[in-house]
Design a protein around this ligand. Structure first.
Ligand SMILES: Cc1cc2nc3c(=O)[nH]c(=O)nc-3n(C[C@H](O)[C@H](O)[C@H](O)COP(=O)(O)O)c2cc1C
Length: 191
């Protein structure tokens, strides 16, 4: 396996994880992907139902094709909600930032807890990636496109599955410095 595992506490990984938007050409090994899926499926799961499923896309041309398909759909969403299109109208902009891998966390069932399960799995995966010196980023901008019948057919994802979380993955090109957050807004703190 090419990826190295860094010893860090969970809290250190939480603080170190950043969305990475610049990647090297180096591909993520299959061994590493299996470790990350193992981390994902150990997330809490409502009623212990484990209703998640995964799709892994490592074909860069296919990722570029999906990016080209997704951008105009996302621009329409941005315009509908009063946002500016930003880089999404630029022909060379890749919605997946040229990452070598896209992992889709999917589910067949609907319901509030299924979505929660998938997002918890996503965070486990991203923290584990961070501890393996891999970069990751949720790509919500691709969600509408990924859930279209056309793309599901392209990706061999059965129609009854919904894609809940798209996460890109790769070897970071440089460092992303730690992020600042506002202090938590505490509404109640009882004795
Ligand atoms: C639901 C969700 C959707 C996101 N979609 C995108 C996206 O489409 N493109 C992108 O570059 N970052 C996306 N992000 C990453 C956020 O922009 C990022 O988490 C935020 O700026 C905080 O930065 P940090 O994760 O490095 O702390 C998304 C994050 C979440 C939670």
């Amino acid at each position: 396996m090419q990826e190295t595992h860094v010893e860090m506490t969970v809290f250190e990984a939480i603080l170190a994880r950043r969305c990475v938007r610049s990647y090297t050409e180096q591909v993520v090994s299959l061994d590493a992907i299996h470790i990350l899926l193992e981390a994902a499926i150990h997330a809490p799961t409502a009623l212990h139902e484990e209703l998640w499923a995964f799709a892994i896309i490592r074909d860069k041309q296919l990722l570029k094709d999906i990016s080209d398909y997704a951008k105009p759909l996302f621009v329409r969403e941005l315009q509908r909600t009063g946002h500016t299109p930003g880089p999404f109208t630029e022909p060379d902009f890749n919605i997946f930032y040229e990452a070598s891998t896209l992992i889709l966390i999917c589910s067949k069932q609907t319901g509030p807890f299924v979505v929660a399960d998938c997002w918890l799995a996503a965070e486990n995966l991203m923290l584990a990636a961070c501890a393996m010196k891999l970069g990751s980023c949720v790509i919500g901008a691709a969600l509408t496109a990924l859930n279209t019948p056309d793309i599901k057919v392209k990706l061999n994802i059965p129609e009854e599955f919904s894609i809940i979380v798209p996460i890109i993955l790769g070897h970071p090109n440089g460092k992303t410095p730690p992020n600042q957050r506002r202090k938590p807004l505490i509404l109640t703190l009882t004795s």
